[in-house]
Every structure is written in structure tokens, then in C-alpha cells.
Write a protein that binds this ligand. Structure first.
Ligand SMILES: Nc1ncnc2c1ncn2[C@@H]1O[C@H](COP(=O)(O)OP(=O)(O)OP(=O)(O)O)[C@@H](O)[C@H]1O
Ligand SMILES: [Mg+2]
Length: 223
């Protein structure tokens, strides 16, 4: 589902300086598996996730997602790839606080020119999986942290993507909400999704639904 070979990412810092954020990354994520990417702050987790999600370009190397060489895709194809294949849950949620829950979740559907009935059906389905249906008409800023996280998950699911990328999904959650998140991830796996989670939370160390834990240090993955 995701294959990465010899991937490097160098950021330009200031005028003359370069920072190597990812060094010769090789790894793969099989279809319908859950892979956990573990590493301390600054190790390169968000950089790697954003490259897999087509939001950031590698400096060199191969990245094949659903048989597409995504680093080589022209911008229009890349936005189609993101819209159809990827659900991304950002650590800081990136929700629009003054909009309702329904409006936040339906944002990814705007470019698709669907009927309001189709939009309602897709939003209802995503909200059910993310266990947030009861907050449909609430203004987002009134929600708790765990509820906002579940709205962010519903928004990532609304297009029914095959691949869900979650960047430190439990970083802002208490243990009850972290357990609810795990239950949602288990449900997504049952639905056939491929899941990649970045974290430094030890909660993910012992979960039955996790197929592989990959450790990242200073931009390198331990073989
Ligand atoms: N746009 C950028 N320009 C320059 N350096 C960057 C940029 N984005 C990230 N970096 C650097 O690359 C390294 C990896 O960053 P990244 O955000 O991928 O780490 P992370 O593992 O997600 O950390 P955290 O757990 O704190 O979120 C860091 O040292 C960071 O400062
Ligand atoms: Mg990060």
C-alpha cells in the first residue's frame, strides 16, 4: 500500500544552511495493516507523514502509495490523490472553531460538487465511525479536546479514503479519550483501512491491532 525506498528530506534553513530531516528511509506498510511510527520530538515523524500524505515533497528517493509515484505527480493529480486516497488527522486538529461540527467535517467534500443529500450521508457515516454523531449541530469551539479530536477523525474519513495518517493522535487526550481513539482505530482496521500513526505514547506498544512498530531517530529508521 505504501512503499518507501531511499527517501531523503533536506530543509533549507536560512540562506546557506541545510537540515537533513530524513535520511535514507526504507519501509513499507501493507494493505489493511496498522503501523506505528515511534520517535521523540524532532525525529522526523511529521515530516514523513506529510510526505506520505502528499503535502510535502521529498528531496530524493522513491515513494509509492497505491501504486502511484507520488513525489513525481503533477499538482493536479496530487490533489486528486489526496482527496481520494488520504485521510490526515493533524496533531493540533486544524478545525475551524466558529463553524459547526457538520460544516467542519464536510469541508473536504466541497470540491466534489455533491448534492446536499449525498453530503449529509457521507458526513453521517464518518461521524458514526468517529463516535461523534451526537454533536452534529454543535459549534466546534464548545467541544472538549477529545471531541475535537473525533471531529478531526470524522473529517479525515468523510471521503472514505483507504489510508488514514494520524500525527500524534493521543498527544492532547486524557486516558479515557485515548482509549476511545484506539477503539476507533480498531474499527477502521475492521473496515479494511490502512493506518499509520506517529506517536511517542507507550499506549501503542502493546495493542493487538498494531502490526508493526517502526522506530525513527534523527531522521533514520532502525532496520
Ligand atoms: N519547514 C521546515 N524547515 C526547516 N526545518 C524543519 C521544517 N520542518 C521540520 N523541520 C525540522 O526537521 C526536524 C523534524 O521535524 P518533524 O516536525 O518532522 O519532527 P517530529 O518527529 O514530528 O517532532 P514532534 O514530535 O515535536 O512533532 C526538526 O528538527 C525540525 O526542526
Ligand atoms: Mg510532529
Amino acid at each position: 500500500m505504501i512503499q518507501i525506498q531511499g527517501l531523503n528530506k533536506i530543509y533549507n534553513v536560512g540562506l546557506q544552511n541545510e537540515f537533513v530531516a530524513l535520511k535514507n528511509i526504507n519501509f513499507e506498510v501493507l494493505p489493511n495493516s496498522m503501523v506505528v511510527l515511534k520517535g521523540i520530538s524532532g525525529s522526523g515523524k511529521s515530516t514523513l507523514l506529510s510526505i506520505i500524505g502528499g503535502m510535502n515533497k521529498p528531496t530524493s528517493g522513491e515513494i509509492i502509495v497505491e501504486e502511484k509515484h507520488i513525489a513525481k505527480l503533477p499538482d493536479l493529480h496530487l490533489s486528486n490523490f489526496r482527496a481520494n486516497s488520504i485521510g490526515f488527522v493533524f496533531q493540533s486538529f486544524h478545525l475551524i472553531d466558529d463553524l459547526s461540527v457538520f460544516d467542519n467535517i464536510s469541508v473536504p467534500l466541497i470540491p466534489l460538487a455533491l448534492s446536499s443529500k449525498q453530503i449529509e450521508q457521507k458526513v453521517a457515516r464518518a461521524m458514526k465511525i468517529a463516535n461523534i454523531s451526537h454533536k452534529l449541530h454543535e459549534i466546534t469551539k464548545k467541544l472538549s479536546g477529545g471531541e475535537k479530536q473525533r471531529v478531526a477523525i470524522a473529517r479525515a474519513l468523510v471521503n472514505d479514503p483507504n489510508i488514514i495518517l494520524l500525527d500524534e493522535p493521543t498527544a492532547n487526550l486524557d486516558s479515557t479519550n485515548s482509549q476511545k481513539l484506539i477503539a476507533i482505530l480498531q474499527e477502521l482496521k475492521t473496515l479494511g483501512k490502512t493506518i499509520l500513526v506517529s506517536t511517542h505514547d507507550s499506549l501503542f506498544d502493546t495493542l493487538d491491532c498494531v502490526d508493526k512498530i517502526v522506530h525513527i531517530h534523527d531522521g533514520c529508521i532502525d532496520e
